[in-house]
Design a protein around this ligand. Structure first.
Ligand code: PMP
Length: 389
């Protein structure tokens, strides 16, 4: 009998995660497991107006096939914002609109990764980046993530001793940890990576959601050819619209990414691109973002205060300056998968640390999301977690 499934999908078994997520969907459970933005971040009335306007003025365009790189005014808007916020020297030609930034990961895999190629990732790493890259059958090289960014000695040694194709980072409010790279580490990583031809991915879906401190310049951003920066409207406007973007100064890489995207989906949904662009040009996006960050700060503060009050002293955790997650460490010898099973019996859920690592099982770490529960629910959920610990 022929083995009908590809080696690719067979080795990328995701049943553990599916099992975990199914347990978090039980009725009346308090779930800190998901990664959903709070629905307040969906400007529904404004979107309705935008969609109506777009249908009225550009119906012939939005229902038609379109160019692979994306709607030019939207690309121009993204380039202008990079210029305004970070002084980056980018143009609309350096931007590719993607079907969520998740598609950017897939396109990078398609354009760059052969079976067995080395892909360096943060440890712990965004789970769906591991899953996406895994389909290209690379060898993962994990690099420890510290409170202020990647461990520099490990990074330097990994890049020196291996031909690393890709280095994947989430420098702002990282998923899963909520950690942000310091300015010093960003500069040091740039110095290390510029001596190589490793391609750096800076995946930044959360950067706009800063509720404390100052925005920091990207590691490479517009500064180098061998780098790609991802962004997304998923966390500020709507994940369901599936509008993300990537930015690279490398014409050659851009050409290959456009080619890869063409074979994936021809182009991103045109109605969604026009609607987002219309929204951005007719509304106060900054005010909208401020509303979201004020809400998330309140929710994050509630979670931190409850954790300080109710959890045992051996539990340590991150204190994010933005984004949607925090990361707890239960201490030596405690498996968070075991804790997870008991926690779901007490009707509280989180994501245990294991699937965020490419090389660790039985981790004592876990991810908590604070954006999708109100402060009272957050306190009750943490009390339940405390009773298990
Ligand atoms: N990268 C990271 C680090 C994420 O956390 C997410 C969303 N969970 C994505 C990419 C995908 O986002 P999008 O909706 O833009 O595809």
């Amino acid at each position: 009998m022929v083995q009908i499934y590809s080696d690719r999908v067979l080795q990328a078994d995701s049943s553990f995660i599916k099992d975990i997520l199914s347990l978090t969907e039980v009725e009346d459970i308090i779930s800190f497991a998901g990664g959903l933005p709070n629905p307040i971040s969906f400007p529904m009335k404004e979107f309705q107006e935008s969609i109506n306007r777009v249908l009225q003025n550009s119906g012939d365009k939005v229902f038609q096939y379109s160019g692979t790189q994306g709607y030019l005014p939207l690309r121009q808007w993204v380039a202008d914002r990079y210029k305004k916020r970070f002084g980056m020297d980018v143009t609309a030609d350096d931007i590719l609109i993607t079907t969520g930034s998740q598609q950017g990961l897939d396109l990078m895999g398609k354009a760059l990764v052969n079976k067995g190629d080395k892909v360096a990732v943060e440890s712990p790493c965004y789970l769906a980046a591991i899953q996406t890259f895994a389909l290209f059958e690379p060898e993962f090289l994990p690099i420890s993530l510290e409170d202020d960014g990647l461990n520099l000695e490990e990074l330097e040694a990994t890049l020196k001793n291996n031909d690393v194709k890709l280095l994947y980072t989430v420098p702002n409010f990282q998923n899963p940890t909520g950690l942000t790279y310091s300015k010093e580490k960003r500069e040091a990583i740039f110095e290390i990576i510029k001596k190589t031809n490793t391609v750096l991915i800076e995946d930044d879906p959360y950067g706009e959601l800063r509720f404390e401190g100052e925005s920091l310049p990207y590691i490479a951003g517009g500064k180098s050819e061998n780098s790609v920066l991802f962004g997304s409207f998923s966390k500020t406007l709507s994940p369901g619209m599936r509008i993300g973007y990537l930015c690279t100064k490398s014409k050659e890489l851009m050409g290959h990414l456009i080619g890869a995207k063409q074979s994936s989906d021809l182009h991103t949904n045109v109605l969604a691109q026009y609607a987002i662009y219309d929204y951005l040009t007719n509304n106060d996006y900054e005010a909208h973002i401020s509303k979201i960050t004020a809400l998330y700060k309140q929710q994050c503060d509630a979670m931190i205060a409850a954790m300080e009050k109710y959890l045992p002293a051996h539990v340590t955790f991150t204190k994010p300056e933005g984004g949607m997650f925090l990361w707890a460490d239960l201490g030596e010898g405690i498996s968070s998968v075991e804790v997870f099973k008991r926690a779901t019996e007490k009707k509280v859920a989180f994501v245990p640390g294991d699937p965020f690592y490419t090389n660790i099982k039985g981790a004592g770490t876990l991810r908590l999301n604070y954006t999708n529960s109100d402060p009272e629910t957050i306190v009750e959920g943490i009390k339940r977690l405390a009773s298990v610990l």
